[in-house]
Every structure is written in structure tokens, then in C-alpha cells.
Design a protein around this ligand. Structure first.
Ligand SMILES: C[S@@+](CC[C@H](N)C(=O)[O-])C[C@H]1O[C@@H](n2cnc3c(N)ncnc32)[C@H](O)[C@@H]1O
Length: 317
């Protein structure tokens, strides 16, 4: 849970212990944290590295980069980069590290400071401008997109990225509402959704799935994930670890499928004695999916839906 005493810029790292042990850190290893956030996992990685270890930490949110504490910023083993993790292959090539990376961590989704800062427009809990961009210097805001999107596209986005069963009603209500007034704030959108869906004894706010869907769409989150997963095969050295923490089934399904597919021989060769190297499995699953303990959830409710999956790069020789 957001710890009130720690302030709006605090993020409690999720599944920290299991993710760090999953990375199987070597003191002089070369690591990538694709989702720096507030540096919880990065700090723990650095604590386990010796003077010759290296960490490239990436975040697409300029505020995440500028909020990095001095202690991390001054660490010569850390390189902090404003960018997208879909570009990790390019970043590794630029650093002559393709195929030499010892571990890649992705802790997906948004950080507590992003959710808790009303001005970022991610949350229906507090009113703010309807933005939702992780990198506000790029692409279009949620408000801009909602102002012009076709009803059927909006419906598809709500279905596909929110698995929202009332996608049709909500899309219709949004399109009707915007003809009367511009939808520019998170509270406006949340209220339109609340009125559009039947009132039942829901545990969650009726706009939860709508906000999730629009955020995933605006930030191209699933495409980012797919690109990073694909790149991880070329990125990692044999024995290198891929650790991914996801927060909803759309992400976790992709991670699970990717790790499974790459841990099997290619279809036409399955079960044959001599499999050409390029068709052998490239990953080995490490343990089962890990969920947070009851204690972790009790202290941090945002950990509730987190899932960690770990795979190790195999040698194809
Ligand atoms: C859950 S937080 C990470 C928290 C971090 N592990 C910590 O302990 O402080 C996710 C972070 O990843 C960033 N992010 C999400 N998608 C990204 C992408 N495609 N490329 C780079 N950063 C991304 C977000 O901006 C956010 O800061």
C-alpha cells in the first residue's frame, strides 16, 4: 500500500526479494532494469554488485529519471537512461553488450508516484487532467484521443485492454457526453463510466477497467512488452536471467506464453535426437510463477495482483 508517511513520491518495490534472487546476481555482472521507477529494484541490484558490476536502468517517464536519489545518481556502476524498454536491443548494441547481459528485470505498469499524482491523470481516485502518458513529452494524451476516437475503436480498446464487459455502453456514453462538453478530467470520465454501467455490489470502482484499458492503449504497453521479450533472447548471455513482474492477466499471459514457447524445441523438431542449434530451446523456466506473500500484500496492497516469472537463457551451441 502507498505508505502515507513516505510521501507522494514513494514507491514500495514489489516482490523485491524473489526478483533479486531470481536474477541470480553475479558481483561483476552486467544488468538491465527496464523499469527504474523510484529505483527500489535498481538499488537492491546495486547493493549486490561489486565495483566491477554494472546496471543500466531505464524509464520512459522523465520524472522517474529526475527523481533518482543522489546516492544512486552518484553511483559509477549505474547508468540511468530516459527511454523505452522496447529499445533494449539498440541500447545493448550501442554499449557493445548484445549477448553479454547477465540479467534483465521488467517490473511492469505504473509506479505509485504516477498513480498518486493527480496531474498525471492516471487515477480516478483524485481529479486531474486526463493525460495518462508515462512520457508526457510524447504521443497524445488520453483527453486528446478520447475527443476524436471513433465509437467502435473505443469499444474495441475497452474490450481488448480492459476486458470490460460493458464496453459498448461505456463507449456510447463517452461519445454522447463529448458532444455536449469536452472530457478533460479524470473525474469527468469516471463519472460518465459510473453512470453508464449497471450499479451492482462491485468491489472495485466501475471505471477501473476503462482507465486500465485507456492507459494500456495510450502507452502501447503490450507492444512495448512484446518487443522487450523478443529482444531478451539476443540480449542475454547463456545463464543470464529474465525476470518479469506483471500486474494483470493481459501482461502475465504474454510473459507466460513467451517463456513457454522459447523453452521448447521448435515444433518440427520436437522429440528428434539431432536438433539444429537454432531450433533448440533458448530459455529454461526457473521455478513456478511467484505471487506476493500475505505479509507483503498486508503492507502494500498494490502488490496484490503482482506475478513474477523467471527464465534463464540457455546456450544453443
Ligand atoms: C512498477 S514501476 C517500477 C518500480 C521500480 N521497480 C521500483 O522499485 O521503484 C514501473 C515503471 O516502469 C516505467 N515504464 C513502464 N513502461 C515502460 C517502458 N515501456 N519503457 C520504460 N519504462 C517503462 C514506468 O514509467 C514506471 O516508472
Amino acid at each position: 500500500m502507498k505508505k502515507e508517511t513516505k510521501g507522494a513520491s514513494h514507491h514500495e518495490p514489489v516482490l523485491l526479494g524473489p526478483a533479486i534472487s531470481g536474477l541470480n546476481l553475479k558481483v561483476d555482472g552486467w544488468y538491465i532494469d527496464g523499469t527504474f521507477g523510484r529505483g527500489g529494484h535498481s538499488g537492491a541490484i546495486l547493493n549486490n554488485l561489486g565495483p566491477d558490476g554494472h546496471l543500466l536502468a531505464i524509464d520512459r517517464d522523465p520524472q522517474a529519471i529526475s527523481s533518482a536519489p543522489e546516492s544512486l545518481r552518484n553511483d559509477p556502476r549505474l547508468e540511468l537512461l530516459h527511454g523505452e524498454f522496447s529499445e533494449i536491443k539498440r541500447y545493448a548494441i550501442e554499449r557493445n553488450m548484445l549477448g553479454k547481459v547477465d540479467g534483465l528485470l521488467l517490473d511492469l505498469g505504473v509506479s505509485s508516484p504516477q498513480l498518486d499524482t493527480a496531474m498525471r491523470g492516471f487515477s480516478f481516485q483524485s481529479d486531474g487532467p486526463l493525460d495518462m502518458r508515462m512520457d508526457p513529452s510524447k504521443d497524445e494524451s488520453a483527453a486528446h484521443w478520447i475527443a476524436t476516437v471513433e465509437e467502435r475503436t473505443l469499444k474495441r480498446v475497452l474490450q481488448q485492454f480492459g476486458e470490460e464487459r460493458f464496453s459498448g455502453r461505456i463507449a456510447r456514453a463517452i461519445v454522447a457526453a463529448r458532444s455536449a462538453t469536452k472530457i478533460e478530467s479524470t473525474a469527468q470520465l469516471a463519472e460518465i463510466v459510473r453512470q453508464a454501467v449497471p450499479a451492482r455490489g462491485q468491489k472495485r470502482h466501475p471505471a477501473t477497467k476503462t482507465f486500465q484499458a485507456i492507459r494500456i492503449f495510450i502507452n502501447r504497453e503490450l507492444a512495448e512488452l512484446e518487443r522487450a521479450l523478443e529482444a531478451s533472447i539476443e540480449l542475454l548471455r547463456p545463464g543470464g536471467r529474465l525476470c518479469v513482474i506483471s500486474f494483470h492477466s493481459l501482461e502475465d499471459r504474454r510473459v507466460k506464453r513467451f517463456m513457454r514457447e522459447h523453452s521448447l524445441e521448435a515444433e518440427p523438431y520436437r522429440g528428434l535426437p539431432d536438433i539444429p542449434p537454432e531450433h533448440r530451446p533458448q530459455l529454461k523456466l526457473v521455478g513456478k510463477m511467484i505471487s506476493p506473500s500475505d505479509d507483503e500484500i498486508a503492507g502494500n496492497v498494490r502488490a496484490r495482483s503482482s506475478r513474477l516469472r523467471i527464465a534463464e537463457r540457455l546456450s544453443c551451441a
